[in-house]
Design a protein around this ligand. Sequence first.
Ligand SMILES: C[S@@+](CC[C@H](N)C(=O)[O-])C[C@H]1O[C@@H](n2cnc3c(N)ncnc32)[C@H](O)[C@@H]1O
Ligand code: SF4
Ligand code: SF4
Length: 368
Amino acid sequence: MAGSLKTYLQDPFLDRLWREIRQVGPLRSVSLDITHVCNLRCVGCYYFEEGMDSHQSPKDEAVFDDFIQREKARGTNFVTIVGGEPSLVLHRIKKIYDNFHTSVATNGIRKIPFKGLENLPIGVSVWGDHQTDKTLRGGDKVNVFQKALKNYRDDPRAFWYYTVAPGYAHELEHVVERCIENGNNVLFNYYSYSGEKGQGGALDFQQGFDNVRRAIDKMIERYPERILMTSYFNKVISTGRLFDEKWGYEVCTNLSTNNEINFERFQNGKPYNPHFRAYNADFSSTRRCCTGIFKDCDSCFDTWEHFSWVMINLKKHLATKQDFTNWLTTMYLFYLISRLVDVEAGLSLLPEIHRRVRQPEAVLDALS
Ligand SMILES: C[S@@+](CC[C@H](N)C(=O)[O-])C[C@H]1O[C@@H](n2cnc3c(N)ncnc32)[C@H](O)[C@@H]1O
Ligand code: SF4
Ligand code: SF4
């Protein structure tokens, strides 16, 4: 089976993507809550839902510096910065950026300056149109989306990380248009929540993401030069299916490898990321995974975790050239979003990437 890889790479386009990814070398990643503090309380934010902020970030700069040194010694070369709200501790973002490949998520209210952080990939979160975002994120007072649009207008580092809930799929087109008009590209995420006693209403994941998937595919068809997610990947996340596997804890690849809660899982023969740790804001303890302590994995549709699931399962994608193309383009977009490959050249490849991955049913959906 692996022999076919050579044949697939006779296609110059695939060969180019493959080489660019390989050139970066192996990624040894961790996620880090850089602060437990946040200037918002978004409805159903996983961070506060499970009280992850009980791990407080030390004020002592030496503790943070020690963390950096320990991770460097361990061989970490990629840090995803989350929290809490990272933009509240800019000097610590800068320290991570100076030592590792870095990616950061922010609510966009406070601008992360350009100077000194020129190549930092910034995922700016949005959950819906102005009214929805204000209601779900801004406590009905702050127009978070508006502020973030202003702060990241034409900023080449910024991409929108648009978390969509099933009941808000109808807003997707309009929100994407606003993001693109603002001069930025868009990646999607799927809202993970079922509310008190599973009564999450419009936000409830239990409704399924079929309508969200269709709305995203439509955007890929309409703005192939601006959307950072392949139609294939959209399908994997929204259906939770990767060939014979069903997404969940038993196949999840981004689990803290030093946390005993996961030791049994590591015995089941399914691959996992052997370096990964999800660090709490105390800069030493870890939790089960980036987005959960005990959270029900059935509710998990997290885009970053699914990137890792696809990435680690290259072998499953070697049966046909289309399968391999689906894998490689999805991976390439991860590297592009993370600014690990030549960004300008990479962005110019987006239309061709989407053309090669187009799922027939997605085209039909988009036309309907
Ligand atoms: C916990 S936040 C931390 C970084 C920053 N405060 C922000 O909002 O981007 C990390 C990411 O998780 C997303 N998020 C939070 N709660 C979520 C949920 N219940 N389902 C899906 N995504 C969620 C946010 O939109 C954000 O993109
Ligand atoms: S801004 Fe980020 S960390 Fe803060 S509540 Fe919202 S999603 Fe959670
Ligand atoms: S909630 Fe955490 S452990 Fe569960 S599937 Fe998602 S990333 Fe994996």
